[in-house]
Design a protein around this ligand. Structure first.
Ligand SMILES: [Ca+2]
Ligand SMILES: [Ca+2]
Length: 101
């Protein structure tokens, strides 16, 4: 008796899950929302598609108040603390040093 009850429960659960899956839209993401958001290469402060010493120089120049054409503020805040400072430069340099090893 108990086995029949368990079997019936499993069958009911399977049927419910199957029905639930049939009701799910093929793509559960809300239509109309564009998920192709632009990507940011963190550290690419001069926005040339690479992270290298030029970016450390660009951020340093920005910190010193010099004109930095093409400066990409969102990418320059490497540690995402809301400030662009010497820590961001240090992280880029540490990354470049580690990359060479
Ligand atoms: Ca760059
Ligand atoms: Ca920062």
């Amino acid at each position: 008796m108990r086995q029949r009850f368990l079997l019936a429960s499993v069958l009911c659960l399977a049927a419910a899950l199957s029905k639930a899956q049939d009701e799910l839209p093929a793509n559960p993401i809300t239509p109309g929302i564009d998920l192709n958001m632009p990507t940011i290469l963190v550290g690419d402060a001069n926005n040339d598609g690479k992270v290298n010493t030029d970016d450390a120089v660009t951020i340093s120049s920005h910190i010193l108040g010099r004109e930095t054409p093409g400066f990409f503020e969102d990418a320059a805040d490497v540690n995402a603390d809301g400030r662009i400072d010497i820590q961001d430069v240090a992280i880029i340099i540490a990354y470049l040093v580690a990359k060479k090893d």
